[in-house]
Design a protein around this ligand. Structure first.
Ligand SMILES: Cc1cc2nc3c(=O)[nH]c(=O)nc-3n(C[C@H](O)[C@H](O)[C@H](O)COP(=O)(O)OP(=O)(O)OC[C@H]3O[C@@H](n4cnc5c(N)ncnc54)[C@H](O)[C@@H]3O)c2cc1C
Length: 385
């Protein structure tokens, strides 16, 4: 068993790192710009296009059309982008839940209709699952799809729809009217953002603002039958797979963000002199750095173990949940350790670890909260009710 990158994976990692360095040399969040419209306008379009050209928007696990693109390649790309910056990571991952649903929740015909434009960068799809009153509790989803003679009418509100301002379609998760069991009543619709009745408002994030999240309101939005993804009322399984895929993207992203933070801390520990020597020579500092490096290794192993299981087609929900909980938790601790090493410099607005705690915090919630994932892991431990 070996979860180190092979030479092709190493090459992919380096290619993505180079792309990010070239097309997004500075994270737009570093800019002092506070205006939300200006932040959204700073969307890293050049990096997005470079990712399209590099072929990394391919659907995960898309072996059936001859592509060699594996799940693991998706996570390596996310990690490499995150090691460059949080915004680079979001630029890559925001469209991935919809892509995962296309891959695992759709019929082959639907996939063939929606996939080529996505991969070619001609279309961008956001994913709207969570609602103001249904965060962790997905059984409370209230967005309703009312069937009509020629399609459906959608009503409801969605929140935290990442990348909505840059999408041309949103994959909206909705339930059948008056049906108690959400698992047998979930449908997903590809809704154009200019559909009459659809509106959105920016949710102002602390970091990652150029990609951004929006509240999306659906007020009597009419969609045709051909905009249904998957089968009517059978979308729950695909939504769960898309969620699992998102969690592993966040885990891989956390590994990349942690590597970036460790690199800054190491550089500072080598350069900063106190009591006549670099602070990295003090045992208190060097041991902290050693622990950070060890934790990153463990984060890497958990993430790519789960990725490798998904590439084999195994159900890896437990390993995915463990990777997400561990990686996001350790990332926060690693950022705090780095900030202690930075001393007063950690408090400067544009220091190398400024905003990193905000980025780490978001990984605790993005893709599902750790408390809820721990509840799932606990169920696998057979503790009884
Ligand atoms: C940057 C970002 C991007 C996102 N992108 C998307 C997106 O593109 N599409 C989308 O649909 N969603 C997206 N989300 C939403 C994300 O999935 C939710 O934030 C997450 O599922 C948690 O929901 P909530 O924020 O409403 O928290 P809540 O569910 O309200 O939880 C609040 C607190 O209560 C705890 N809690 C809740 N239930 C339990 C329980 N049973 N046991 C113990 N503790 C519990 C939680 O762990 C948490 O600590 C995004 C979120 C962020 C921050």
């Amino acid at each position: 068993m070996d979860f180190e990158f092979n030479s092709q994976q190493e090459a992919l990692y380096n290619r993505i790192t180079d792309l990010c360095r070239q097309h997004l040399p500075e994270d737009p969040d570093q800019s002092p710009e506070k205006n939300k419209d200006a932040a959204l306008e700073a969307y890293p379009e050049a990096l997005y296009q470079a990712m399209v050209d590099a072929g990394v928007l391919e659907l995960p696990g898309n072996e059936d059309d001859g592509s060699a693109w594996e799940n693991t390649s998706t996570f390596i790309t996310a990690e490499a982008a995150a090691a460059s910056s949080y915004t680079a990571m979001l630029t890559y991952i925001w469209g991935k839940p919809a892509a995962a649903f296309l891959q695992w929740g759709c019929t082959p015909e639907q996939k063939e209709r929606w996939r080529p434009d996505l991969v070619a960068g001609k279309a961008r799809y956001a994913f709207a699952l969570i609602e103001p009153e249904a965060g962790s509790d997905l059984t409370a989803l209230g967005c309703v799809a009312e069937p009509t003679a020629d399609g459906y009418v959608l009503n409801g509100d969605k929140s935290y729809v990442m990348g909505a301002a840059h999408a041309d379609h949103i994959a909206v998760v909705a339930r059948a009217p008056n049906d108690a069991n959400i698992r047998e009543a979930t449908s997903v619709f590809m809704v154009p953002v200019d559909a009459p009745g659809l509106s959105m408002e920016n949710m102002e994030l602390t970091v990652g603002r150029s990609v951004g999240c929006a509240e999306v309101h659906l007020d009597d939005v009419k969609v045709g039958k051909d905009q249904l993804l998957g089968e009517e009322n059978e979308g729950w399984g695909g939504v769960m797979i898309a969620n699992g895929h998102s969690r592993l993207l966040v885990s891989a992203g956390a590994v990349g963000l942690a590597r970036n933070v460790l690199a800054s801390a190491l550089e500072y520990a080598r350069d900063r002199q106190q009591f006549g020597r670099p602070i990295g020579r003090f045992q208190a500092i060097s041991h902290r750095l050693a622990e950070m490096a060890t934790e990153i290794e463990a984060m890497h192993l958990l993430t790519y173990q789960a990725a490798s299981l998904t590439d084999k087609g195994d159900i890896a929900d437990k390993q995915i949940a463990m990777a997400k909980v561990y990686c996001s938790q350790k990332l926060s601790e690693i950022v705090m350790s780095a900030q202690k090493i930075m001393g007063g410099r950690a408090c400067l607005r544009n220091g190398p670890t400024s905003r990193k705690l905000d980025e780490a915090m978001i990984t605790l919630f993005h893709g599902g909260t750790n408390e809820v994932l721990n509840t799932y892991i606990k169920k696998c431990l057979d503790l009884g009710q």
